[in-house]
Design a binder for this molecule. Structure first.
Ligand code: ARG
Ligand code: ZN
Ligand code: CA
Length: 253
């Protein structure tokens, strides 16, 4: 990517316990990871197998905590809010003050991130482009948010948000959510299904050749320390959203 897009971010920190009230430093650690991962500046790029290094993409997207709230007042871009809800799930309740959450800031102007407790082993989830503004954004488990503080291995390097913001920018899972499925990106190899943990290279499936699965891609399900790249094709797919008429172009104005 040649273009650099800068997106204002608001982080809604919802807490029912003191531990869930993650610090501003932990929030900033997540912004730092996003800024590295979406601009090919992550320090662990050297872990990408040589067979895939020519495919490493630069999404050219950067993130900054909002300096103005929707009313135009100065803000840190971080909202800390106590909730009586002990846990949330993927039903969007964290996105509404009326259900123990915190209302989204206008989706045309901000990326909304919610840090909260999530049940059922869920690390996070995202809304794809084109959905309802009130629920647009990404929810992340507080113990998988950023690094340091409450973050717990193997999901303590901020890659849950990298993965989910990838969805928010229209990326599909690299296995195409089907056996040998299609993720609509031509330079990511077809692979049988999701990978977990830290696979050994190569992991060949679906007759995908000597290099096998691109399991170190952020859109797989491997551990935070075992994912290091978007592909060029994924970068192009994200960038298309910011072109004239693209579904996230309003964020640039
Ligand atoms: N939505 C996925 C889940 O909840 C996110 C996986 C993120 N993977 C990671 N290594 N952080 O399982
Ligand atoms: Zn996903
Ligand atoms: Ca592909």
């Amino acid at each position: 990517s040649n273009i650099i897009v800068t997106i204002p971010v608001v982080v809604h920190v919802l807490y029912n316990t003191a531990a869930q009230n993650i610090s501003d430093a932990q929030v900033q650690s997540q912004l730092d990871v996003l800024n590295a991962d979406f601009h090919r500046l992550n320090g662990d790029l050297s872990k990408v197998p040589a067979a895939f290094t020519s495919l490493i993409g630069d999404a050219g997207v950067q993130f900054v905590l909002a300096k103005r709230d929707p009313s135009g007042n100065a803000t840190t871009g971080i909202v800390h809010k106590s909730t009586t809800a002990t846990s949330f799930d993927s039903s969007d309740k964290m996105k509404y003050s009326s259900s123990g959450g915190d209302d989204a800031w206008p989706a045309a102007s901000y990326l909304n991130l919610w840090s909260c407790n999530l049940g059922g082993g869920l690390l996070g989830y995202a809304q794809f482009p084109g959905g309802a503004p009130a629920t647009d954004g990404v929810a992340i488990l507080y113990s998988a948010f950023g690094s340091g503080g409450t973050a717990v291995a193997p999901y303590d390097l901020g890659r849950t948000a990298t993965h989910e913001v990838g969805h928010w920018l229209n990326l599909r899972h690299i296995w195409g959510d089907a056996r040998c499925g299609n993720d609509q990106v031509s330079d990511t190899p077809t692979q049988q299904t999701s990978n977990y943990g830290c696979p050994a290279f190569p992991h060949v499936t679906c007759s995908n050749g000597a290099s096998g699965d691109m399991f170190m891609n952020y859109m797989d399900y491997t551990d935070d320390g075992c994912m290091q790249m978007f592909s060029s094709g994924q970068g192009d797919r994200m960038d298309a959203l910011f072109a004239t008429g693209g579904s996230r172009a309003a964020l640039l104005t």
